[in-house]
Design a protein around this ligand. Structure first.
Ligand code: NDP
Length: 774
């Protein structure tokens, strides 16, 4: 065969990587694994088989952890934590040692990962393992810098971490490296299908001299994940399906455990007609056929501009027909084996149920093992099941669009929001579209780029929290400082009955820039401590929340205004409040029966000034990612936030959360202090004279316990915060599972939150990757 022939046929023989080192390691370990607890492997208990999905062969036997194993692992992690947290430099050295050992044993890790998961060796060797090592290097640096750069943060404590089977070692690294860097200890559960590299990692921890108890690995199925979620840990970090993420949100509700969820996606891959088509096609190979499409952020929903669609699809079919599916250990293979026959069946059933135009790559498939051909389904409508649901396999679905506006609409027409790719040679268009996409990560003229310095994570039902970068450290630290228990405050009442005042003094709600009667028409009297009637406060209900959400939606433009404008308006609000200082101070004193009204007003004015100052200073970051290009970490507003205000402080309870939220571009609906509502309702007169656009701040009054579950479940709210003295945290977190919105609840305690926490809670980091060059 001549070189010319080879170029023409592109036919090349097999180039298999040897499985020997990994199989030898399994034999050395006795082929049977216990859990890794307190620095050593336990004796194997009841075991299940770890199989090679490419052949069906049994690789090893892995222990199904028991409740006693989980308890022992958590106890070991707890015992080790305080000492581990003490010395950042020692942690840095340990993480560095792990990174070095990962590199030293890279081949062993890569082969073992490929045997256990079915992914092509090319990918485990060139992507999974190097990225895992990079994560430990990067976070070795974070451990070193923690004391200096994050002096006000402390570790969360013991972390329970649950990872899926698609990137077993990489997800482990994403979880364990930042946790350890910040002084936490961990108990990690790998997925049942893919435990082996986690067990090899445990072996590496021993070699690195990691103190015992700092890393613990418990193996087993979802039941072990459930035990870990229920255990006495301080934080749960989960990557996996949205269904299980939702279950974990419910299970941890009210427990006070910190939670981050990295869930599913149906990420759009948008190709504009001026795109470099060949590059966009090559990008698609990485977007949907990388890792057999078993990727949470896979570009699985192709949106092509109508003018180029026929040509694009032709080229795409020609390219996918050349993909080689087969033995994952073959270095010349593009698509390996699916993780398990269960996954193969799920994908097969989903595709067979489709009524689109199905094109399957015609190349040969191995006769045994879990293989599925690269598949393209065109002619689907946006509402089709396969356009909406995660297939988690090598199946691309597609539709076309006409205009950039339509592209954004289609891209965002999903309950998920993990990632998006967009392809155009027009930089203006790219930078116009990227911020409009509901996604935690956007790749411009690229796809599936990852780095430890760049945050990764989703919005909407793709979960919350970021992994990687400075922003990822927020999930593994909490602000130093102590909290105090909150006591519920009952409204003042009177025994004299409720005299009908000569004039209607019912304070209305404030919705969409207007005073609004409550939907139910109910109100309650508000008295001073001595029983004097101060007025009536409206009692809002579910429908008033709905109206407020509509008003916030109508005020979306606020999120696109400049920080400078938002600052000006906050200053103006402060100025107008200042003009009525005495009146507000007196009102607060009447409501609370205290004497600190003047102090509270001064504090409120200061808070408004402070957040006016921050409105244009929460800087975005440009991340030094290892490529020619940059990744921008943009601090975007969350959208619509519902707040239950602190009951004890009639005015500050409102201003403290509302000022940072709107300063950073959110729209807010605040439910005022339940016992002392009338300072908040006076405050809308200040808002009315301060040029604040209608709907940016809406003020409701009423019963927190009645309104909280409606806020938490409302699909139109992107976050709910509770500073209420009523014990509503569990209920809010539980109800929020339906929409997986972000929650920030007080668990019936109060404290002064530092600026960094307000900034982080009011924004979401969107990472926009911009490669340079022709
Ligand atoms: P799961 O969400 O079920 O599994 C993820 C991890 O959670 C695994 O370690 C699993 O254990 C564990 N787990 C399962 N149930 C519970 C529970 N009740 N409490 C705590 N932990 C639990 O994903 P699957 O692996 O079953 O995959 C199903 C689908 O999820 C895929 O087809 C895909 O659509 C999606 N998925 C999305 C991922 C992403 O990154 N976004 C990753 C993986 C899957 P075990 O594996 O042992 O059952």
């Amino acid at each position: 065969m001549t070189v010319k022939d080879i170029f023409e046929t592109m036919d090349y023989g097999p180039a298999p990587e040897s499985a020997a080192p990994a199989l030898e390691w399994l034999v050395d370990m006795g082929d049977r694994f216990g859990c890794f607890i307190d620095g050593k492997f336990t004796d194997p208990g009841e075991t299940f088989e770890a199989k090679n999905p490419a052949t069906g062969n049994v690789l090893a036997h892995v222990t199904q952890a028991t409740q006693a194993d989980v308890d022992a692992a958590v106890a070991a992690a707890r015992k080790a934590q305080a000492k581990w947290a003490k010395d950042g430099h020692k942690r840095a050295r340990a993480l560095y040692a792990i990174a070095r050992l990962l590199q030293k044993h890279a081949r062993l890790f890569a082969v073992l990962e490929t045997l256990d998961n079915g992914k092509p060796i090319r990918e485990s060797r060139d992507i999974d393992i190097p990225l895992a090592a990079r994560h430990f290097y990067y976070h070795a640096g974070m451990a070193e810098l923690m004391e200096e750069e994050l002096p006000d943060q402390e570790p969360v404590g013991v972390c329970g971490q649950v990872v899926p089977w698609n990137f077993p070692l990489l997800m482990l690294a994403w979880k364990i490296a930042p946790a350890l860097a910040m002084g936490n200890t961990t108990v990690l559960k790998p997925a049942e299908y893919t435990s082996l590299t986690a067990l090899l990692f445990a072996d590496i921890c021993r070699q690195a001299g990691l103190p015992k108890g700092v890393v613990n690995i418990v193996t087993g199925d979802g039941a072990v994940g459930e035990m870990l979620t229920a255990a006495k840990v301080d934080k749960i970090a989960f990557t996996g399906s949205t269904t299980v993420g939702r279950r974990i949100r419910e299970a941890t509700a009210g427990s006070g455990k910190a939670l981050t969820l990295e869930l599913g996606g149906k990420s759009p891959y948008i190709v504009f007609e001026d795109a470099d088509i060949d590059s966009a096609i090559e990008g698609l190979v990485d977007a949907i056929w990388f890792n057999q499409g078993e990727v949470c952020c896979a570009g699985s929903r192709l949106l092509v501009q109508e003018g180029i669609a026929p040509r694009f699809y032709d080229k795409l079919r020609a390219r996918m027909d050349k993909l080689r599916v087969g033995d994952p250990l073959d270095k010349a293979i593009d698509v390996g084996a699916l993780v398990d026959p269960v996954q193969l069946r799920t994908i097969t059933d989903m595709v067979e149920g489709s009524n689109g135009d199905i094109h399957r790559a015609p190349g040969p498939l191995p006769t045994q093992g879990c293989y599925y051909p690269p598949t393209l389904i065109t002619g689907l409508s946006p509402a089709d099941r396969l356009m909406q649901e995660e297939i988690f396999g090598p199946v691309l679905v597609s539709t076309t669009f006409r205009t950039p506006t339509e592209a954004v609409e289609l891209a965002n027409n999903t309950r998920y929001g993990l990632a998006a790719s967009l392809w155009t040679e027009n930089l203006n268009l790219a930078l116009d579209i990227a911020p409009k996409l509901a996604a935690g990560v956007v790749w411009i003229n690229a796809t599936n780029l990852f780095d430890a310095a760049a945050g990764f994570g989703g919005v909407r039902e793709s979960g919350f929290g970021r992994e990687g970068g400075w922003e990822g450290l927020m999930a593994y630290t909490r602000p130093k400082g102590s909290s105090r228990p909150l006591r519920e405050i009952a409204p003042y009442t009177t025994d004299d009955g409720d005299p009908i005042p000569p004039l209607d003094r019912t304070a209305k709600l404030y919705v969409g820039g207007k005073q609004a009667r409550p939907d139910g028409g109910y109100s309650r009297p508000v008295h001073t401590r001595t029983g004097k009637l101060l007025g009536h406060a409206s009692l809002a209900n579910r429908k008033d929340i709905r109206n407020a959400v509509e008003a916030m939606n109508a005020a979306r433009g606020w999120s696109r205004t400049t920080g400078h404008l938002r600052a000006q308006i906050l200053y103006y609000i402060a100025e107008n409040l200042s003009a009525r200082e005495d009146e507000f101070a007196a009102r607060i004193n009447h409501l609370t029966g205290g004497r600190s009204g003047d102090k509270e007003v001064v504090q409120a004015i200061r808070t408004l000034f402070r957040w006016a100052a921050w409105a244009d200073k929460h800087d975005h970051r440009a991340k030094p990612v290892p490529m020619r290009g940059t990744a921008l970490a943009m601090n975007e507003p969350l959208g619509n936030i519902g707040v239950l205000c602190d009951d004890a402080r009639p005015l500050m309870g409102l201003i403290e959360p509302v000022a940072p939220a709107i300063a950073l571009g959110n729209r807010v609906t605040a439910v005022a202090s339940a016992p002392y509502p009338l300072a908040a309702t006076d405050f809308y007169q200040v808002l009315e004279t301060s040029d604040l656009p209608a709907g940016v701040v809406n003020i409701l009054t009423g019963d927190h316990a009645e309104l909280a579950p409606h806020m938490a479940a409302h699909a139109g709210l992107d976050a709910v915060w509770s500073f209420s003295s009523s014990d509503l945290s569990a209920e809010i977190e539980h109800a929020s599972a339906a929409t997986l919105k972000r929650t920030w609840v007080n668990n019936s305690r109060t404290r002064d939150w530092p600026t960094a926490t307000w900034l982080a809670q009011s924004t979401e980091v969107k990472t926009i990757w911009i490669p340079y060059g022709e």
